[in-house]
Design a protein around this ligand. Structure first.
Ligand code: PLP
Length: 392
C-alpha cells in the first residue's frame, strides 16, 4: 500500500488551521483576554426570516408521506435552478437549467471540478489567492504556474499570450485582496483562453459584494466565455449559508474539449460521486432568491460593508495603506513598519488581542500583507477599531 503522492509535496498546515492553532495556544496562556476574531471569513449574522420559514415548511413536508422527498434529482431541484436561471436573466444572460448544478458549496465544487480534467494539466493560479485552488491542484497531480497579483497590477494579473496553460483560476472579487476584474479586463482572459483552448474556473463566491457597475458579476456577461469558462457561485456569503451548505456551478453546453461536452462530464461526475443537497436546504436557497429573501440578504451585505467602511476609516487615520473593502468583504493591508505577515499577526494578537489572517498564507506575494475580514458583529468591529486607534 502506498499513500497519495501529494502527501509528500503539500505543505503541512492549511492556513486557517495554523491561525487556529496559534489562537488556541494564546487562549490557554491568557484565558482572561477578550479576543476579537477578524481572521476567518465566516459570517456572523443569522439567516433571513424567509429562509427560516422555507426551512420549517420544507421540514414539515418531509414529515408527511404525501410530500416526503428522498434523493434529490441529479444536479438539483428544478425550483431552485429556475430561480437561479432568473437571476442570470436579470443580468441579461441566458442560462439553461441543464447547465446549472446545485452543490454543497463552492469549496467542494472548485476542487471536485478537477475530476473532469486529466492530471498533468497546467493550472494557472493567482498569487495570492484562496489557498484551496493550489492545494487541490496539487492533490490532483496538476502542474502549477502562478499569475502574480501585486500592487503594480492592482492585484489583477493579465494573461501572457506567449505562455500556454490549460486551466485558469480566477477569483473575482478576490479573496484575499478584494480586487475585482472589470468586464473589459475579463474579456482579455476569455480571449486568451479561447485562443489556447484553456478553461477558466471562475469563482464568484463574493459577487454579492459588487457595487461598481463596470465590474464583472458573472463571467457569462461576456458572451465569448461560453466556450471557455465554468462559473462557481455560493450562497455562503450572499445569504449567510456557511453552515447550511449550498452553492452551484454553471457549465455551458457550448463548452467542449477533445470532442467531449464538459457539461456532460460534470453531470456524469455529479451522478457518480454526489447524492445531492438536502431538499430542505435547496428550499432555503430558493427562499433567499425570493423578492423578500433578497431584500433581507442585501441588508446583511450592507451591514458587513458598513463594517468595512469603519475599518477603512481607521486605517486611513493611521495612514496604513490598504486595498479592498469596497466590492468585497476583505481589507488587504500593507503591514506597517515592514513587518512580515506573521510578525504583524503576532503583534495584533499579543498587543490588541485581535486576530487577522497573515497575507503570506495566500501565496508568496502575500508576504508583508494582512487580511482583515468584515464579517464580525458591529460591536466587535467597533471595538477592534478602538483598539487599533489606541495602540497602533
Ligand atoms: N471561494 C472563495 C474564494 C472563498 O473565499 C470561499 C470561502 O471562504 C469559498 C469559495 C467557499 O465557499 P463555500 O462556503 O460555498 O464552500
Amino acid at each position: 500500500m502506498k499513500i497519495a503522492n501529494w502527501s509528500k509535496t503539500l505543505k503541512n498546515n492549511f492556513l486557517f488551521q495554523a491561525v487556529a492553532d496559534k489562537l488556541k495556544q494564546f487562549k490557554s496562556k491568557y484565558p482572561e483576554k477578550e479576543i476579537i476574531n477578524m481572521g476567518i471569513g465566516d459570517v456572523s449574522l443569522p439567516l433571513a426570516d424567509e429562509v427560516i420559514k422555507a426551512c420549517t415548511f420544507a421540514a414539515n413536508e418531509m414529515g408527511k408521506s404525501s410530500s416526503f422527498r428522498g434523493y434529490s434529482p441529479n444536479g438539483g431541484y428544478d425550483f431552485l435552478k429556475q430561480k437561479i436561471k432568473d437571476e442570470y436573466k436579470n443580468l441579461g444572460i441566458l442560462v439553461n437549467t441543464d447547465e446549472i448544478f446545485i452543490s454543497d458549496g463552492a469549496k467542494s465544487d472548485m476542487s471536485n471540478i478537477l475530476d473532469i480534467f486529466s492530471s498533468g494539466n497546467t493550472c494557472l493560479i493567482p498569487d495570492p489567492v484562496y489557498p484551496v485552488y493550489l492545494d487541490t491542484s496539487i492533490m490532483e497531480g496538476m502542474k502549477i504556474e502562478f499569475a502574480n497579483a501585486v500592487e503594480q497590477n492592482n492585484f489583477l494579473p493579465e494573461p501572457d499570450f506567449n505562455k500556454k496553460v490549460d486551466i485558469i483560476y480566477v477569483c473575482s472579487p478576490n479573496n484575499p485582496t478584494g480586487a475585482a476584474y472589470t468586464k473589459n479586463q475579463m474579456k482579455k482572459w476569455i480571449d486568451y483562453a479561447n485562443s489556447c483552448d484553456a478553461v477558466i474556473l471562475y469563482d464568484a463566491a463574493y459577487e454579492a459584494f459588487i457595487e461598481d457597475n463596470d465590474l464583472c458579476r458573472s463571467i457569462f456577461e461576456i458572451p465569448e466565455s461560453k466556450t471557455c469558462a465554468i462559473e462557481f457561485k455560493s450562497f455562503s456569503k450572499s445569504a449567510g449559508f456557511t453552515g447550511m451548505r449550498c452553492g452551484y456551478s454553471i457549465v455551458p453546453n457550448d463548452l467542449q474539449r477533445e470532442n467531449a461536452s464538459l457539461n456532460h462530464l460534470w453531470s456524469r461526475r455529479h451522478a457518480t460521486k454526489f447524492n445531492g443537497v438536502p431538499y430542505i436546504i435547496q428550499r432555503a436557497a430558493e427562499a433567499s432568491l425570493s423578492d423578500e429573501g433578497k431584500l433581507e440578504c442585501q441588508k446583511s451585505i450592507k451591514y458587513y460593508k458598513q463594517n468595512a467602511k469603519l475599518i477603512s476609516e481607521v486605517l486611513n487615520k493611521l495612514s496604513i495603506k490598504f486595498f479592498g473593502g469596497l466590492n468585497s468583504p476583505y481589507i488587504w493591508l500593507k503591514c506597517p513598519n515592514n513587518m512580515t505577515s506573521w510578525e504583524f499577526f503576532d503583534y495584533l494578537l499579543q498587543d490588541l488581542n485581535i486576530v487577522g489572517t497573515p497575507g503570506s498564507g495566500f501565496g508568496k506575494n502575500g508576504e508583508n500583507y494582512f487580511r482583515l475580514s468584515c464579517f464580525a458583529s458591529r460591536e466587535k468591529t467597533q471595538e477592534a477599531c478602538n483598539r487599533f486607534l489606541k495602540l497602533l
